[in-house]
Ligand binder design. Sequence first.
Ligand code: ADP
Ligand code: MG
Length: 265
Amino acid sequence: MTTTLAIANQKGGVAKTTTVASLGAALAELGHSVLLVDLDPQACLTFSLGIDPEDLELSVHHVLTKGLDPTEVLIETDDGVDLVPATIELARAEAELLTRTGREHVLRSMIEALEEAEVDYDWILLDCPPSLGVLTVAALTAADGVLVPLQCETLSHRGVGQLLDTVHDVRRFTNRGLEVWGVLPTLYDGRTNHARTVLETISETYDLEVVEPPIPKTIKFAEAPAAGRSILATSRSSKGAQAYREVAGNLVARSQRPKVKKGKR
Ligand code: ADP
Ligand code: MG
């Protein structure tokens, strides 16, 4: 059984990409097979896994807009995870898909094509771009769950309501089974009461689960992408790496929880 998780927040710089790379490596350490999908035209995930997007002729863009078989673009990375990479060409996908029937389903189709090719994963993590456009909606449509990285500072919650509205629409129209797995506090400075207060306010206001533990703010994260590996490899025993390992363990437990039956609440 594959669990597909969209890592989404339309705000940039909240550690979506870092979370995808780090959780991917942590799940791989636990012995799970993992696919990461870069859905951001900035291609930061692709780059941070040691692949220069400029060297790629084919990428997720060709799969989503031209129907290329996804096995043609899969890359094995040094972090023990597979990657569907992005390039700047993906910036055109949003506009190209806008007029296409079935655009919400392009990622779901990609995942089905992998299943048909018998390329199976325990986890598929979708690194969403910083918008609520076609690509994010397609990711939510393909996902079992959505995890929202959130930097715990004042005003960081301003986009959360909008994101949850989008989740609500996706549930209504394209993916009834989508579940909100919760918010993951990132860039967390536990020394301040402020961070904890903001987190509590957000989880109460929106009735959201908080995925533990918070990911501490540490300079180690800035160094990892340049090395082409996640922080789990570049700084194995750092607090940040440890936190992501614990989150990965909690997500595995969460994936084994029975699904809430829709319509019975
Ligand atoms: P997003 O994908 O949401 O735009 P990124 O994952 O690219 O966010 O992270 C934005 C920046 O914050 C990057 O420079 C990254 O290295 C840094 N960063 C991410 N997590 C942490 C952390 N826990 N501590 C310090 N810096 C972090
Ligand atoms: Mg990103």
